[in-house]
Design a protein around this ligand. Structure first.
Ligand code: NAG
Ligand code: NAG
Ligand code: NAG
Ligand code: NAG
Ligand code: NAG
Ligand code: NAG
Length: 352
């Protein structure tokens, strides 16, 4: 899912204070705002026509709303529709494709503009490239950059799987010069269960004090082992900081944080990390006024926890391999500090 689009979307519908975290775009976004305004206007026809929320993709307007928003799960949740849905109706698909077995970029553009024209309060985008950009993202996810013609099965796969956290496309968009700013997708194994995203949310409250100076941010740095901490910084850094700092600019791992996690021992064990990771997700922080500027407060909310401790074992395995401690999976301070400071740019991704 395109994080930036979702945040802009929430901002536009005035919900931004309801999300405890995440960023506001720092790039120029006037074109994006026009595209989103148009996209959101489709909600009027999706709402009006949807009589059966448990068959959401049986409605052209709801399918188009999902496509332009680039976040199927989010659109379902916004629309208060069940998260599990039947596949896209063939009748909706073939109506848009004029009976062809694949949907072209032009089919999508035509359907989009037609739907806007019949939507009460429908808002046209300023520029058709806003719409072609959306299609490029879906074509990229489904693996049809060559033609941007997407067959039925692959389009329905996009609806079903593209919002699963950690499921990343090979490329974010078929258009490499697209102006839509993209934060790279963070690949994660299925066992992650949203836990790393939550750890990054927790980190967000303290990241400006240094990525490696706070336990939540250190744990988030660990679970970003499938990505890297430069991407983590892009995800969690406040929007008004431009440019976002990189890992190389971050101070070395705090000894206080390290020894707190090891209980004073000179090396960090796998069990230390499992304990700290679960503790970090217990009684999570939230800000009183819902914005990052507000004072965070500890709540009695827990999780989401990973589906199993194997998740922690897996990322700790990658860190153990990088530092050369596969045999014990117990890592001394200096080696762990080096991993945090240098792994992001090392281009070295060994596993145990
Ligand atoms: C659409 O329906 C949802 C759920 O009932 C509601 O929250 C939302 O405000 C509606 N949107 C519009 C544009 O009517
Ligand atoms: C899908 O919508 C059409 C009307 O557009 C309706 O006739 C049909 O019964 C719906 N299909 C399902 C499975 O709900
Ligand atoms: C499209 O979907 C079909 C059927 O599921 C699958 O076999 C094929 O690999 C998919 N194509 C791409 C490019 O992913
Ligand atoms: C790629 O994106 C740029 C910027 O949005 C746009 O000007 C250009 O027309 C796009 N190219 C294609 C082939 O869609
Ligand atoms: C030390 O660990 C405890 C429990 O894990 C935690 O509550 C506390 O915030 C940590 N202190 C520091 C300085 O990170
Ligand atoms: C995954 O997270 C959800 C909360 O988002 C939680 O209800 C569920 O128990 C977690 N799954 C496992 C296997 O722990």
């Amino acid at each position: 899912m395109n994080t930036l689009i979702s945040i802009l979307y929430l901002a536009l519908i005035g919900l931004v204070t309801a999300i405890p975290s995440s960023l506001i775009p720092r790039q120029d976004t006037s074109g994006l705002v026009s595209a989103l305004k148009s996209c959101i206007s489709l909600q009027n026809s999706c709402n009006a026509t949807t009589v059966d929320l448990s068959n959401f993709y049986n409605y052209t307007s709801c399918f188009l709303l999902t496509a332009c928003m680039d976040g199927p799960a989010q659109v379902l949740s916004m629309s208060q529709a069940p998260a599990t849905q039947p596949r896209l109706s063939e009748s909706v698909f073939y109506a848009i494709t004029n009976g062809n077995s694949y949907m072209t970029q032009q089919n999508y553009i035509d359907a989009y503009y037609h739907q806007i024209s019949i939507t009460p309060g429908g808002s046209y985008p300023d520029d058709v490239t806003d719409i072609t950009d959306q299609w490029s993202h879906i074509a990229a996810w489904t693996g049809f950059c060559a033609t941007e013609n997407i067959p039925y099965a692959n389009l329905t796969d996009w609806l079903e799987y593209s919002s699963v956290p950690g499921v990343c496309p090979a490329v974010a968009s078929c258009n490499t010069s697209t102006t839509v700013p993209m934060i790279p997708c963070v690949p994660q194994p299925i066992t992650e269960n949203g836990s790393c995203a939550e750890m990054a949310n927790q980190c967000q409250f303290w990241v400006t004090q240094g990525l490696f100076q706070n336990e939540y941010c250190v744990l988030a740095s660990f679970c970003y082992a499938w990505s890297n901490t430069d991407v983590l910084l892009q995800q969690v850094y406040p929007s008004d900081t431009s440019p976002t700092p990189t890992t190389a600019q971050e101070a070395k791992l705090s000894e206080a944080v390290f020894y707190n996690m090891t209980g004073g021992a000179a090396s960090m064990t796998q069990q230390n990390v499992i304990d700290a990771y679960y503790e970090g997700l217990t009684g999570t922080w939230s800000s009183l006024d819902g914005t990052l500027a507000g004072m965070p407060e500890k709540t009695d909310k827990d999780g989401p926890y990973p589906a199993s401790t194997d998740y922690v074992i897996e990322f700790w395995g990658m860190i153990s391999a990088w530092t050369g401690f596969c045999d014990t999976r117990t890592i001394p301070y200096d080696n762990l500090a080096d991993y945090l400071s240098f792994a992001a740019t090392s281009g070295y991704h060994p596993t145990c």
